[in-house]
Ligand binder design. Structure first.
Ligand code: ADP
Length: 492
Protein backbone atom coordinates (compact mmCIF):
# COMPACT_ATOMS: atom_id res chain seq x y z
CA UNK A 1 0.00 0.00 0.00
CA UNK A 2 1.26 3.48 -0.71
CA UNK A 3 1.92 5.68 2.29
CA UNK A 4 -0.02 8.51 0.65
CA UNK A 5 -3.21 6.45 0.71
CA UNK A 6 -2.58 5.08 4.21
CA UNK A 7 -2.13 8.64 5.49
CA UNK A 8 -5.59 9.63 4.26
CA UNK A 9 -7.42 7.00 6.34
CA UNK A 10 -8.61 7.11 9.94
CA UNK A 11 -8.71 3.31 10.12
CA UNK A 12 -5.89 1.80 8.09
CA UNK A 13 -7.08 -1.74 8.88
CA UNK A 14 -9.70 -1.21 6.16
CA UNK A 15 -6.94 -1.42 3.56
CA UNK A 16 -6.51 -5.09 2.75
CA UNK A 17 -4.31 -6.70 0.14
CA UNK A 18 -5.04 -10.36 0.87
CA UNK A 19 -7.99 -12.47 -0.21
CA UNK A 20 -10.70 -13.26 2.34
CA UNK A 21 -11.60 -16.95 2.49
CA UNK A 22 -13.23 -18.87 5.33
CA UNK A 23 -12.87 -15.90 7.65
CA UNK A 24 -9.08 -15.73 7.10
CA UNK A 25 -6.97 -13.22 5.19
CA UNK A 26 -4.81 -15.22 2.80
CA UNK A 27 -2.19 -14.75 0.09
CA UNK A 28 -2.37 -16.44 -3.28
CA UNK A 29 -0.97 -20.00 -3.07
CA UNK A 30 1.39 -18.99 -5.85
CA UNK A 31 2.46 -15.87 -3.98
CA UNK A 32 1.39 -13.79 -7.00
CA UNK A 33 0.04 -10.26 -6.63
CA UNK A 34 -1.33 -7.68 -9.03
CA UNK A 35 -1.17 -3.89 -9.08
CA UNK A 36 -4.09 -1.64 -8.28
CA UNK A 37 -3.69 1.71 -9.98
CA UNK A 38 -5.12 5.15 -9.20
CA UNK A 39 -6.56 6.08 -12.63
CA UNK A 40 -6.11 9.80 -11.97
CA UNK A 41 -2.36 9.54 -11.41
CA UNK A 42 -1.43 6.15 -12.90
CA UNK A 43 0.37 5.42 -9.60
CA UNK A 44 0.28 1.91 -8.16
CA UNK A 45 -1.55 2.16 -4.83
CA UNK A 46 -1.61 -1.50 -3.77
CA UNK A 47 -0.49 -5.02 -4.64
CA UNK A 48 -3.30 -7.48 -4.11
CA UNK A 49 -3.23 -11.28 -3.90
CA UNK A 50 -3.79 -12.75 -7.37
CA UNK A 51 -5.80 -15.94 -6.92
CA UNK A 52 -6.75 -18.59 -9.43
CA UNK A 53 -9.09 -21.53 -9.90
CA UNK A 54 -7.65 -23.67 -7.11
CA UNK A 55 -8.35 -21.21 -4.30
CA UNK A 56 -11.71 -20.36 -5.85
CA UNK A 57 -12.59 -24.04 -5.55
CA UNK A 58 -11.44 -24.06 -1.90
CA UNK A 59 -13.57 -20.99 -1.21
CA UNK A 60 -16.62 -22.72 -2.73
CA UNK A 61 -16.03 -25.79 -0.55
CA UNK A 62 -15.85 -23.61 2.57
CA UNK A 63 -18.90 -21.57 1.50
CA UNK A 64 -20.92 -24.74 1.02
CA UNK A 65 -20.21 -25.94 4.57
CA UNK A 66 -20.80 -22.52 6.14
CA UNK A 67 -24.09 -22.08 4.30
CA UNK A 68 -25.63 -25.24 5.78
CA UNK A 69 -25.49 -23.86 9.32
CA UNK A 70 -26.37 -20.28 8.31
CA UNK A 71 -29.55 -21.14 6.41
CA UNK A 72 -30.83 -23.15 9.39
CA UNK A 73 -30.65 -20.04 11.62
CA UNK A 74 -33.73 -17.90 12.22
CA UNK A 75 -33.95 -15.01 9.76
CA UNK A 76 -33.95 -12.59 12.70
CA UNK A 77 -30.45 -13.67 13.70
CA UNK A 78 -29.10 -13.41 10.15
CA UNK A 79 -30.65 -10.00 9.75
CA UNK A 80 -29.17 -8.72 13.01
CA UNK A 81 -25.69 -9.42 11.63
CA UNK A 82 -26.58 -7.47 8.48
CA UNK A 83 -27.90 -4.58 10.58
CA UNK A 84 -24.54 -4.39 12.37
CA UNK A 85 -22.71 -4.55 9.03
CA UNK A 86 -24.83 -1.69 7.70
CA UNK A 87 -24.04 0.38 10.77
CA UNK A 88 -20.30 -0.19 10.36
CA UNK A 89 -20.39 0.76 6.67
CA UNK A 90 -22.14 4.01 7.57
CA UNK A 91 -19.71 4.75 10.41
CA UNK A 92 -16.74 4.20 8.07
CA UNK A 93 -18.17 6.11 5.10
CA UNK A 94 -15.27 8.53 4.77
CA UNK A 95 -12.55 5.89 4.74
CA UNK A 96 -14.52 3.65 2.38
CA UNK A 97 -15.08 6.63 0.05
CA UNK A 98 -11.37 7.46 -0.01
CA UNK A 99 -10.46 3.83 -0.81
CA UNK A 100 -13.04 3.79 -3.60
CA UNK A 101 -11.94 7.09 -5.12
CA UNK A 102 -8.30 6.02 -5.00
CA UNK A 103 -8.88 2.84 -7.00
CA UNK A 104 -11.82 3.91 -9.18
CA UNK A 105 -11.21 7.61 -9.73
CA UNK A 106 -14.66 9.04 -8.99
CA UNK A 107 -14.82 12.19 -6.88
CA UNK A 108 -15.21 11.92 -3.13
CA UNK A 109 -18.73 13.35 -3.34
CA UNK A 110 -19.68 10.52 -5.70
CA UNK A 111 -17.90 7.91 -3.59
CA UNK A 112 -19.63 9.05 -0.40
CA UNK A 113 -22.92 8.84 -2.29
CA UNK A 114 -22.12 5.33 -3.45
CA UNK A 115 -21.21 4.18 0.06
CA UNK A 116 -24.59 5.41 1.33
CA UNK A 117 -26.30 3.68 -1.58
CA UNK A 118 -24.25 0.54 -0.99
CA UNK A 119 -25.11 0.44 2.72
CA UNK A 120 -28.80 0.94 1.95
CA UNK A 121 -28.98 -2.50 0.31
CA UNK A 122 -27.65 -4.18 3.45
CA UNK A 123 -30.20 -2.36 5.60
CA UNK A 124 -33.06 -3.02 3.19
CA UNK A 125 -32.35 -6.74 2.90
CA UNK A 126 -31.81 -7.01 6.67
CA UNK A 127 -35.44 -5.90 6.89
CA UNK A 128 -36.85 -7.80 3.89
CA UNK A 129 -35.05 -11.00 4.89
CA UNK A 130 -37.56 -11.42 7.71
CA UNK A 131 -40.51 -11.40 5.28
CA UNK A 132 -40.05 -14.49 3.18
CA UNK A 133 -43.60 -15.73 3.06
CA UNK A 134 -44.95 -18.89 1.46
CA UNK A 135 -48.50 -19.67 0.30
CA UNK A 136 -51.32 -21.94 1.33
CA UNK A 137 -52.93 -23.15 -1.90
CA UNK A 138 -56.58 -24.25 -1.88
CA UNK A 139 -56.39 -27.82 -3.16
CA UNK A 140 -58.69 -29.42 -5.73
CA UNK A 141 -58.81 -32.66 -3.71
CA UNK A 142 -60.52 -32.47 -0.35
CA UNK A 143 -58.12 -34.76 1.49
CA UNK A 144 -55.06 -32.78 0.46
CA UNK A 145 -53.44 -29.55 1.53
CA UNK A 146 -50.77 -27.71 -0.43
CA UNK A 147 -48.28 -25.14 0.78
CA UNK A 148 -45.18 -23.49 -0.55
CA UNK A 149 -42.10 -22.45 1.37
CA UNK A 150 -39.11 -20.50 0.08
CA UNK A 151 -35.59 -21.67 0.81
CA UNK A 152 -32.10 -20.32 0.21
CA UNK A 153 -30.77 -21.45 -3.15
CA UNK A 154 -27.31 -22.37 -1.78
CA UNK A 155 -23.81 -21.16 -2.60
CA UNK A 156 -23.92 -18.00 -4.73
CA UNK A 157 -21.10 -16.97 -7.06
CA UNK A 158 -20.92 -13.22 -7.70
CA UNK A 159 -18.83 -11.40 -10.31
CA UNK A 160 -18.85 -7.62 -10.07
CA UNK A 161 -17.59 -4.66 -12.13
CA UNK A 162 -15.35 -1.70 -11.33
CA UNK A 163 -17.78 1.19 -12.02
CA UNK A 164 -19.63 0.83 -8.69
CA UNK A 165 -17.09 -1.14 -6.65
CA UNK A 166 -19.19 -1.24 -3.48
CA UNK A 167 -22.88 -1.02 -4.37
CA UNK A 168 -22.73 -3.74 -7.02
CA UNK A 169 -21.49 -6.04 -4.25
CA UNK A 170 -23.99 -5.22 -1.52
CA UNK A 171 -27.02 -5.53 -3.74
CA UNK A 172 -26.01 -9.13 -4.42
CA UNK A 173 -24.47 -10.11 -1.08
CA UNK A 174 -27.23 -8.41 1.00
CA UNK A 175 -30.12 -10.53 -0.28
CA UNK A 176 -27.98 -13.68 -0.53
CA UNK A 177 -26.89 -13.55 3.12
CA UNK A 178 -30.30 -12.39 4.35
CA UNK A 179 -32.07 -15.48 3.04
CA UNK A 180 -29.38 -17.96 4.16
CA UNK A 181 -27.01 -18.31 1.19
CA UNK A 182 -23.23 -17.99 1.26
CA UNK A 183 -21.22 -16.09 -1.34
CA UNK A 184 -17.95 -16.43 -3.25
CA UNK A 185 -17.28 -13.10 -4.93
CA UNK A 186 -14.79 -12.07 -7.58
CA UNK A 187 -14.48 -8.28 -7.66
CA UNK A 188 -13.16 -6.52 -10.76
CA UNK A 189 -9.36 -6.56 -10.76
CA UNK A 190 -9.36 -2.74 -11.16
CA UNK A 191 -11.20 -2.24 -7.84
CA UNK A 192 -10.63 -5.06 -5.33
CA UNK A 193 -9.91 -2.77 -2.35
CA UNK A 194 -13.52 -1.68 -1.85
CA UNK A 195 -14.63 -5.32 -1.82
CA UNK A 196 -11.97 -6.30 0.71
CA UNK A 197 -12.83 -3.34 2.96
CA UNK A 198 -16.47 -4.45 2.96
CA UNK A 199 -15.35 -7.94 3.99
CA UNK A 200 -13.31 -6.52 6.87
CA UNK A 201 -16.43 -4.74 8.14
CA UNK A 202 -18.56 -7.87 7.69
CA UNK A 203 -16.06 -9.74 9.83
CA UNK A 204 -16.25 -7.02 12.51
CA UNK A 205 -20.05 -7.20 12.36
CA UNK A 206 -19.83 -10.85 13.39
CA UNK A 207 -20.63 -12.52 10.08
CA UNK A 208 -19.63 -16.17 10.64
CA UNK A 209 -16.57 -17.40 8.74
CA UNK A 210 -17.06 -18.81 5.25
CA UNK A 211 -20.27 -16.97 4.36
CA UNK A 212 -18.60 -14.16 2.43
CA UNK A 213 -15.46 -15.05 0.52
CA UNK A 214 -13.61 -12.55 -1.67
CA UNK A 215 -11.41 -13.99 -4.40
CA UNK A 216 -9.44 -11.20 -6.11
CA UNK A 217 -7.54 -12.04 -9.26
CA UNK A 218 -6.59 -11.05 -12.76
CA UNK A 219 -7.32 -14.42 -14.37
CA UNK A 220 -11.05 -13.83 -14.76
CA UNK A 221 -11.34 -16.79 -17.14
CA UNK A 222 -9.91 -19.22 -14.57
CA UNK A 223 -11.86 -17.87 -11.59
CA UNK A 224 -15.03 -17.47 -13.65
CA UNK A 225 -14.55 -20.96 -15.08
CA UNK A 226 -14.50 -22.48 -11.60
CA UNK A 227 -17.43 -20.38 -10.36
CA UNK A 228 -19.58 -21.39 -13.33
CA UNK A 229 -18.68 -25.10 -13.49
CA UNK A 230 -18.42 -26.13 -9.82
CA UNK A 231 -21.58 -28.12 -9.02
CA UNK A 232 -21.65 -26.77 -5.44
CA UNK A 233 -22.42 -23.29 -6.79
CA UNK A 234 -26.18 -23.05 -7.33
CA UNK A 235 -26.42 -19.55 -8.70
CA UNK A 236 -24.35 -16.96 -10.51
CA UNK A 237 -25.09 -13.27 -10.18
CA UNK A 238 -23.17 -11.06 -12.59
CA UNK A 239 -22.94 -7.36 -13.36
CA UNK A 240 -20.83 -6.45 -16.37
CA UNK A 241 -20.77 -6.36 -20.12
CA UNK A 242 -23.26 -8.20 -22.32
CA UNK A 243 -20.63 -10.33 -24.14
CA UNK A 244 -19.18 -11.63 -20.86
CA UNK A 245 -22.69 -12.15 -19.46
CA UNK A 246 -23.64 -14.29 -22.45
CA UNK A 247 -20.45 -16.30 -22.09
CA UNK A 248 -21.10 -16.92 -18.39
CA UNK A 249 -24.73 -17.91 -19.01
CA UNK A 250 -23.45 -20.49 -21.48
CA UNK A 251 -20.92 -21.79 -18.97
CA UNK A 252 -23.63 -22.09 -16.30
CA UNK A 253 -25.75 -24.25 -18.56
CA UNK A 254 -23.72 -27.41 -17.97
CA UNK A 255 -24.75 -27.51 -14.29
CA UNK A 256 -28.08 -25.68 -14.78
CA UNK A 257 -27.23 -22.87 -12.40
CA UNK A 258 -29.69 -20.06 -11.86
CA UNK A 259 -28.33 -16.80 -13.28
CA UNK A 260 -29.04 -13.11 -12.68
CA UNK A 261 -27.54 -10.79 -15.22
CA UNK A 262 -27.16 -7.00 -15.07
CA UNK A 263 -25.62 -6.26 -18.45
CA UNK A 264 -25.02 -3.37 -20.81
CA UNK A 265 -27.43 -0.60 -21.73
CA UNK A 266 -28.04 1.87 -24.51
CA UNK A 267 -30.26 4.27 -22.60
CA UNK A 268 -32.33 6.78 -24.53
CA UNK A 269 -33.35 10.13 -23.05
CA UNK A 270 -36.30 11.58 -24.94
CA UNK A 271 -36.66 15.32 -24.52
CA UNK A 272 -39.94 16.58 -25.92
CA UNK A 273 -40.60 20.18 -26.98
CA UNK A 274 -42.77 20.75 -23.92
CA UNK A 275 -40.02 19.65 -21.48
CA UNK A 276 -39.01 21.94 -18.63
CA UNK A 277 -35.32 22.63 -19.35
CA UNK A 278 -34.77 23.49 -15.68
CA UNK A 279 -35.55 19.85 -14.94
CA UNK A 280 -33.79 18.47 -18.00
CA UNK A 281 -30.39 20.02 -17.34
CA UNK A 282 -29.59 18.56 -13.90
CA UNK A 283 -31.15 15.30 -15.07
CA UNK A 284 -28.98 15.02 -18.16
CA UNK A 285 -25.85 16.12 -16.33
CA UNK A 286 -26.46 13.37 -13.78
CA UNK A 287 -27.33 10.72 -16.33
CA UNK A 288 -24.54 11.56 -18.76
CA UNK A 289 -21.61 12.76 -16.68
CA UNK A 290 -21.96 11.00 -13.30
CA UNK A 291 -19.01 8.64 -12.88
CA UNK A 292 -17.71 10.32 -16.07
CA UNK A 293 -20.34 8.44 -18.06
CA UNK A 294 -19.28 5.00 -16.86
CA UNK A 295 -22.62 3.62 -15.73
CA UNK A 296 -24.87 1.11 -17.44
CA UNK A 297 -27.83 3.47 -17.11
CA UNK A 298 -25.93 6.48 -18.50
CA UNK A 299 -27.75 8.56 -21.10
CA UNK A 300 -26.32 6.96 -24.22
CA UNK A 301 -28.59 8.44 -26.89
CA UNK A 302 -30.16 11.84 -26.23
CA UNK A 303 -33.17 12.34 -28.52
CA UNK A 304 -34.23 15.99 -28.66
CA UNK A 305 -37.36 17.25 -30.39
CA UNK A 306 -36.52 19.91 -32.94
CA UNK A 307 -38.30 22.85 -31.25
CA UNK A 308 -36.18 22.66 -28.09
CA UNK A 309 -32.94 21.47 -29.67
CA UNK A 310 -31.01 24.74 -29.89
CA UNK A 311 -31.78 25.91 -26.37
CA UNK A 312 -30.89 22.48 -25.00
CA UNK A 313 -27.52 22.30 -26.76
CA UNK A 314 -26.59 25.81 -25.63
CA UNK A 315 -27.37 25.06 -22.01
CA UNK A 316 -25.61 21.70 -22.09
CA UNK A 317 -22.41 23.09 -23.56
CA UNK A 318 -22.43 25.95 -21.02
CA UNK A 319 -22.73 23.38 -18.23
CA UNK A 320 -20.01 21.14 -19.69
CA UNK A 321 -17.59 24.06 -19.87
CA UNK A 322 -17.69 24.33 -16.05
CA UNK A 323 -16.56 20.73 -15.47
CA UNK A 324 -13.16 20.15 -13.98
CA UNK A 325 -11.74 16.67 -14.55
CA UNK A 326 -9.13 15.71 -11.96
CA UNK A 327 -8.04 13.57 -9.04
CA UNK A 328 -10.35 13.06 -6.05
CA UNK A 329 -7.58 14.57 -3.91
CA UNK A 330 -8.14 18.01 -5.49
CA UNK A 331 -11.12 19.90 -4.12
CA UNK A 332 -11.75 21.63 -7.45
CA UNK A 333 -12.34 18.32 -9.29
CA UNK A 334 -15.96 17.88 -10.36
CA UNK A 335 -15.37 14.71 -12.40
CA UNK A 336 -12.89 11.86 -12.32
CA UNK A 337 -10.90 10.00 -14.96
CA UNK A 338 -11.95 6.91 -16.91
CA UNK A 339 -10.86 3.61 -15.46
CA UNK A 340 -7.96 2.72 -17.82
CA UNK A 341 -6.10 3.95 -20.87
CA UNK A 342 -7.98 1.30 -22.86
CA UNK A 343 -11.24 2.93 -21.78
CA UNK A 344 -9.95 6.32 -23.00
CA UNK A 345 -8.89 4.79 -26.31
CA UNK A 346 -12.27 3.09 -26.75
CA UNK A 347 -14.23 6.29 -26.12
CA UNK A 348 -11.92 8.26 -28.39
CA UNK A 349 -12.32 5.70 -31.17
CA UNK A 350 -16.13 5.91 -30.93
CA UNK A 351 -16.03 9.71 -31.09
CA UNK A 352 -13.60 9.72 -34.03
CA UNK A 353 -15.75 7.21 -35.89
CA UNK A 354 -18.86 9.36 -35.35
CA UNK A 355 -17.01 12.45 -36.60
CA UNK A 356 -15.86 10.55 -39.68
CA UNK A 357 -19.51 9.64 -40.28
CA UNK A 358 -20.59 13.30 -40.15
CA UNK A 359 -21.06 14.17 -36.47
CA UNK A 360 -20.49 17.78 -35.43
CA UNK A 361 -18.35 18.42 -32.33
CA UNK A 362 -19.84 21.13 -30.10
CA UNK A 363 -17.11 20.71 -27.48
CA UNK A 364 -14.49 18.20 -26.31
CA UNK A 365 -13.31 15.27 -28.45
CA UNK A 366 -9.69 16.32 -27.87
CA UNK A 367 -8.11 14.14 -25.14
CA UNK A 368 -4.86 15.65 -23.92
CA UNK A 369 -1.74 13.67 -23.13
CA UNK A 370 -1.83 13.85 -19.37
CA UNK A 371 -1.01 11.84 -16.34
CA UNK A 372 -4.20 9.95 -15.64
CA UNK A 373 -6.85 8.47 -17.88
CA UNK A 374 -8.86 11.59 -18.61
CA UNK A 375 -11.33 12.24 -21.41
CA UNK A 376 -12.96 15.67 -21.80
CA UNK A 377 -16.68 16.40 -21.66
CA UNK A 378 -17.78 16.04 -25.27
CA UNK A 379 -20.99 16.96 -27.07
CA UNK A 380 -21.78 15.55 -30.52
CA UNK A 381 -24.71 16.64 -32.68
CA UNK A 382 -26.01 15.91 -36.18
CA UNK A 383 -26.13 12.19 -35.39
CA UNK A 384 -28.45 9.64 -36.93
CA UNK A 385 -29.46 6.03 -36.47
CA UNK A 386 -27.20 4.70 -39.21
CA UNK A 387 -24.06 5.71 -37.33
CA UNK A 388 -22.10 3.32 -35.12
CA UNK A 389 -22.59 5.50 -32.06
CA UNK A 390 -26.35 4.81 -32.20
CA UNK A 391 -25.71 1.16 -31.38
CA UNK A 392 -22.75 1.32 -28.99
CA UNK A 393 -22.56 1.84 -25.26
CA UNK A 394 -20.20 4.85 -25.03
CA UNK A 395 -19.17 4.49 -21.35
CA UNK A 396 -17.57 7.93 -21.24
CA UNK A 397 -18.47 11.63 -20.88
CA UNK A 398 -19.78 11.98 -24.42
CA UNK A 399 -23.28 13.39 -24.99
CA UNK A 400 -24.61 11.99 -28.29
CA UNK A 401 -27.51 14.16 -29.49
CA UNK A 402 -30.03 13.01 -32.10
CA UNK A 403 -33.00 15.01 -33.43
CA UNK A 404 -36.58 13.81 -33.82
CA UNK A 405 -39.92 15.18 -35.04
CA UNK A 406 -42.69 12.94 -33.74
CA UNK A 407 -43.40 10.92 -30.61
CA UNK A 408 -43.57 7.70 -32.64
CA UNK A 409 -40.19 8.40 -34.19
CA UNK A 410 -38.66 8.82 -30.71
CA UNK A 411 -40.21 5.57 -29.48
CA UNK A 412 -39.07 3.64 -32.56
CA UNK A 413 -35.50 4.93 -32.32
CA UNK A 414 -35.41 4.21 -28.58
CA UNK A 415 -36.48 0.61 -29.08
CA UNK A 416 -34.22 0.03 -32.08
CA UNK A 417 -31.48 -1.67 -30.04
CA UNK A 418 -30.87 -5.13 -28.57
CA UNK A 419 -30.59 -3.47 -25.12
CA UNK A 420 -33.35 -2.56 -22.68
CA UNK A 421 -32.08 -1.35 -19.31
CA UNK A 422 -33.09 2.25 -18.51
CA UNK A 423 -34.90 4.93 -20.53
CA UNK A 424 -35.85 8.48 -19.61
CA UNK A 425 -38.52 10.90 -20.83
CA UNK A 426 -38.82 14.65 -20.31
CA UNK A 427 -42.29 16.06 -20.94
CA UNK A 428 -44.93 18.05 -19.08
CA UNK A 429 -47.73 15.91 -20.50
CA UNK A 430 -49.06 13.22 -18.18
CA UNK A 431 -50.83 11.43 -21.02
CA UNK A 432 -47.66 11.27 -23.08
CA UNK A 433 -45.71 10.04 -20.02
CA UNK A 434 -48.02 7.05 -19.70
CA UNK A 435 -48.12 6.32 -23.41
CA UNK A 436 -44.40 6.50 -23.99
CA UNK A 437 -43.46 4.63 -20.78
CA UNK A 438 -45.66 1.73 -21.81
CA UNK A 439 -44.25 1.69 -25.34
CA UNK A 440 -40.60 1.67 -24.30
CA UNK A 441 -39.02 -1.80 -24.23
CA UNK A 442 -36.98 -1.15 -21.10
CA UNK A 443 -36.81 -2.53 -17.56
CA UNK A 444 -36.85 0.96 -16.01
CA UNK A 445 -38.27 4.30 -17.14
CA UNK A 446 -37.60 7.67 -15.49
CA UNK A 447 -40.10 10.46 -16.17
CA UNK A 448 -38.63 13.91 -15.57
CA UNK A 449 -36.01 12.12 -13.45
CA UNK A 450 -32.77 10.29 -14.13
CA UNK A 451 -31.65 9.46 -10.56
CA UNK A 452 -33.88 6.41 -10.54
CA UNK A 453 -31.80 3.86 -8.60
CA UNK A 454 -32.57 3.10 -4.95
CA UNK A 455 -32.64 0.05 -2.73
CA UNK A 456 -36.44 0.09 -2.56
CA UNK A 457 -37.09 -0.24 -6.32
CA UNK A 458 -36.37 -3.07 -8.79
CA UNK A 459 -33.25 -2.46 -10.89
CA UNK A 460 -32.88 -4.58 -14.00
CA UNK A 461 -33.19 -4.85 -17.73
CA UNK A 462 -34.98 -6.68 -20.52
CA UNK A 463 -33.71 -7.97 -23.87
CA UNK A 464 -29.90 -8.27 -23.90
CA UNK A 465 -29.57 -6.00 -20.87
CA UNK A 466 -30.16 -8.93 -18.58
CA UNK A 467 -32.55 -10.87 -16.42
CA UNK A 468 -33.56 -10.68 -12.78
CA UNK A 469 -34.08 -7.66 -10.55
CA UNK A 470 -31.87 -6.27 -7.82
CA UNK A 471 -33.12 -4.30 -4.82
CA UNK A 472 -36.80 -3.96 -3.79
CA UNK A 473 -39.07 -6.73 -2.55
CA UNK A 474 -38.27 -8.62 -5.79
CA UNK A 475 -34.53 -8.64 -5.11
CA UNK A 476 -34.80 -11.64 -2.79
CA UNK A 477 -36.48 -13.88 -5.36
CA UNK A 478 -33.27 -14.57 -7.27
CA UNK A 479 -31.74 -16.16 -4.17
CA UNK A 480 -34.72 -18.35 -3.24
CA UNK A 481 -36.15 -21.63 -4.44
CA UNK A 482 -39.87 -22.29 -4.09
CA UNK A 483 -40.67 -25.67 -2.58
CA UNK A 484 -44.18 -27.06 -2.87
CA UNK A 485 -45.23 -29.42 -0.07
CA UNK A 486 -48.29 -31.62 -0.40
CA UNK A 487 -50.04 -33.07 2.66
CA UNK A 488 -52.00 -36.13 1.53
CA UNK A 489 -54.78 -38.22 3.11
CA UNK A 490 -55.40 -35.73 5.90
CA UNK A 491 -58.84 -37.29 6.51
CA UNK A 492 -57.36 -40.62 7.65
P1 ADP B 1 -16.15 -4.17 -18.19
O1 ADP B 1 -15.94 -4.04 -19.66
O2 ADP B 1 -17.05 -3.15 -17.61
O3 ADP B 1 -14.89 -4.36 -17.40
P2 ADP B 1 -16.61 -6.95 -18.02
O4 ADP B 1 -17.86 -7.69 -18.35
O5 ADP B 1 -15.40 -7.23 -18.83
O6 ADP B 1 -17.02 -5.45 -18.03
O7 ADP B 1 -16.21 -7.18 -16.50
C1 ADP B 1 -17.13 -7.32 -15.44
C2 ADP B 1 -16.61 -8.38 -14.48
O8 ADP B 1 -16.53 -9.61 -15.19
C3 ADP B 1 -15.21 -8.12 -13.93
O9 ADP B 1 -15.15 -8.60 -12.60
C4 ADP B 1 -14.34 -8.97 -14.84
O10 ADP B 1 -13.12 -9.36 -14.24
C5 ADP B 1 -15.24 -10.16 -15.06
N1 ADP B 1 -14.94 -10.95 -16.26
C6 ADP B 1 -14.50 -10.52 -17.46
N2 ADP B 1 -14.34 -11.55 -18.31
C7 ADP B 1 -14.70 -12.68 -17.63
C8 ADP B 1 -14.75 -14.08 -17.94
N3 ADP B 1 -14.42 -14.53 -19.14
N4 ADP B 1 -15.15 -14.93 -16.98
C9 ADP B 1 -15.50 -14.47 -15.76
N5 ADP B 1 -15.47 -13.18 -15.39
C10 ADP B 1 -15.08 -12.28 -16.31
Amino acid sequence: MTQALIDQLSDTRLLKSQAYIGGDWVDANSGATFDVVDPATQMVIANVADLGAEQTSQAIEIADKAMREWRAQPAKLRCEVLERWHQLIIENTEDLAIIMSAEQGKTLIESRGEIGYSASFIKWFAEEGKRIYGDVIPHAQNDRRAITIKQAIGVVAAITPWNFPSAMITRKVGPALAVGCSVVLKPAAETPLSALALAELAQRAGLPAGLLNIVPGTDAVAIGGELTSNPKVKKLTFTGSTPVGKLLMGQCASTVKRTSMELGGNAPVIIFDDADLDLVMPGIINAKFRNSGQTCISANRIFVQKGIRQAFIERLSAAASTFNFGSYTKTESTHGPLITQTAVNNVDAKVKKAVSEGAKVVCGADPKDSQGYFYPATILTDLNDSMNIFNEEIFGPVAAIFDFDTEQQAIDMSNDTPFGLAAYIYTESMRRSWRVSEALEYGMVGINETAISAEIVPFGGVKESGQGREGSKYGLDDYLEIKYICFGSIDK
